[in-house]
Design a protein around this ligand. Structure first.
Ligand code: NAD
Ligand code: UGA
Length: 464
């Protein structure tokens, strides 16, 4: 089967970049990305490529190449569904914040809505691809909805989870370690569907990097890949505390263990804690699935990855308070960075939100500079956390569009995101602007400790 028309429901951090690359690499396929959020679609269609709704290095160039040729962004969901032979579901699957499984299970309401919409609108056979990260066995529910509420057309369900990381999405999409496609190979229609998706990726991904499995393996592999990655960060973060208590240096330890090829050097960077929209959500989801199956030990095992991460954020904030003579009331703490990692404007579950919240509990004023995150977003993040009234958030959290202004008069500075530009700042100038003693809490171990100490800063990294 030669696919000529694709629809993707959800124009977010995954749908947008992924479809841009599929369109770029398959100029003969029409790719339409739809979303209910009209502002997001308008931003994707903005003539000024700097106004795209997602900041991702290299994304603008790919959009510039494909948009208007065979890549389209639209709010006309029904029209795009009906016209497509293959439909990606790439909507958000946040942690449920109500009812059964609250705070743990994935909220599948958006996915179910998509399935119902597809069933209602489709007047010809469709391949429906789960791109969102979903609990194992979700495909069964989708199939059920499609078969029982549809117009009698055939639906083949595939699982094709996305492994891109924000900040490196374009490279991850261009040269993926693997593309995973789960499908039902026991029927000829299932085989055809799998092959159709394999063909789309084969335009640029070597065959040996395209892995086909059954649907359940594919769904579960996505959740567990994230759990394994997050587990490494929590493992090194657990060691960081041990290092601080013993005089070992976590960066030296990470290097020493990472040189064992069985362990490897990646994802051993100690930090204030992992953030992002997926690690916490997906591990909680895994924990919930294990619990639901009565596998309490499995659930507890993975849950500790999250508990360690919460502890690391708390520990970082408490260390600031303790070091500043156990009172930060009325003091100003400058934050460099608010995004959950560099090279993205995404702030979901960023450690910065939690650290700010803890410091604001102690009535400190936070002055933030982040190169890509807006003041409105920062306030929205705190308001979403919902630990104090919105006007208090606005009183205690200030935003600056210039890093030097953020540091003016600050008692301490905390690095929450590892933006490269921070390394290039005039640190002598910053020192002169800050209250003395001037403390640096480097939550990412990215600044030059020796250089800062020579200037006169008191430097505290993670795990040394
Ligand atoms: P997102 O919130 O950025 O985007 C989701 C989009 O879907 C939103 O714009 C929303 O308006 C839209 N949407 C929701 N319901 C809709 C509907 N019924 N019709 C049309 N549009 C609808 O989310 P994201 O970060 O792109 O993540 C999407 C999925 O991909 C999640 O399951 C996530 O776990 C997974 N994932 C994310 C990443 C990542 O780095 N962000 C990486 C891999 C996988
Ligand atoms: C992660 C995975 O890396 C992707 O493969 C996956 O597709 C994605 O989740 C998803 O499912 O959403 P992402 O969250 O975008 O990608 O970013 P990561 O690079 O994994 O970083 C996550 C967090 O861990 C960041 O806050 C980062 O700073 C932190 N981290 C990462 C560390 O603290 N130390 C490290 O060594 C690595």
């Amino acid at each position: 089967m030669n696919i000529k028309s694709i629809c993707c429901i959800g124009a977010g951090y995954v749908g947008g970049p992924t479809m841009a690359v599929i369109a770029q690499k398959n100029p003969d396929i029409k790719v339409t990305v739809v979303d209910l959020n009209a502002q997001r679609i308008a931003d994707w269609n903005h003539t000024d490529l700097k106004k795209l709704p997602i900041y991702e290095p290299g994304l603008d160039e790919v959009v510039a190449e494909a948009r208007g040729r065979n890549l389209f962004f639209s709010t006309e969901v029904d029209k795009a569904i009906d016209a497509a032979e293959l439909i990606f579901i790439s909507v958000n699957t946040p942690t449920k914040n109500y009812g059964a499984g609250k705070g743990m299970a994935a909220d599948l309401k958006y996915v179910e809505l998509c399935a119902r919409q597809i069933a209602k609108v489709a007047t010809s056979d469709k391949i429906v691809v789960e791109k969102s990260t979903l609990p194992v066995k979700t495909a069964e529910a989708i199939q059920n909805i499609l078969d029982h509420t549809g117009n009698g057309v055939d639906f083949q369900i595939l699982s094709n989870p996305e492994f891109l990381a924000e900040g490196t999405a374009m490279r991850d999409l261009a040269v993926p370690d693997r593309v995973l496609i789960g499908g039902d190979s026991s029927s000829s229609k299932g085989q055809q569907a799998i092959q159709a998706l394999v063909d789309i990726y084969s335009s640029w991904v070597p065959k040996e990097n395209i892995l086909t499995t059954n649907v359940w393996s594919s769904e579960l592999s996505k959740l567990t890949a994230n759990a394994f990655l997050a587990q490494r960060v929590s493992s090194i973060n657990a060691l960081s505390e041990l290092c601080e208590a013993t005089g070992a240096d976590v960066q030296e330890v990470a290097k020493a263990i990472g040189m064992d090829s069985r362990i490897g050097p990646k994802f051993l960077q100690a930090s204030v804690g992992f953030g992002g929209s997926c690690f916490q959500k997906d591990i909680l989801n895994l924990v919930y699935i294990a619990k639901s199956l009565g596998l309490d030990e499995v659930a507890d095992y993975w849950h500790h990855v999250i508990l360690m991460n919460n502890h690391q954020r708390d520990r970082f904030a408490k260390n600031i308070i303790k070091t500043l003579y156990s009172t930060v009331n009325g003091k100003t703490i400058a934050f460099l960075g608010w995004a959950f990692k560099k090279d993205t404007n995404d702030t979901r579950e960023s450690a910065a939100i939690y650290v700010a919240d803890l410091l604001m509990d102690e009535q400190a004023t936070i002055k933030v500079f982040d190169p890509k995150v807006t003041a409105t977003q920062m306030q929205a993040d705190l308001n979403y956390l919902n630990t104090r009234p919105e006007d208090e958030n606005a009183t205690y959290l200030k935003t600056e569009r210039d890093p030097y202004a953020a540091l003016e008069g600050a008692h301490a500075l905390a690095v929450l995101t590892e933006w490269d530009e921070f390394k290039t700042y005039d640190w002598q100038r910053i020192y002169n602007k800050m209250q003395k003693p001037a403390f640096v809490f480097d939550g990412r171990n990215v600044l030059d400790r020796a250089a800062l100490e020579t200037i006169g800063f008191i430097y505290k990294g993670i795990g040394s």
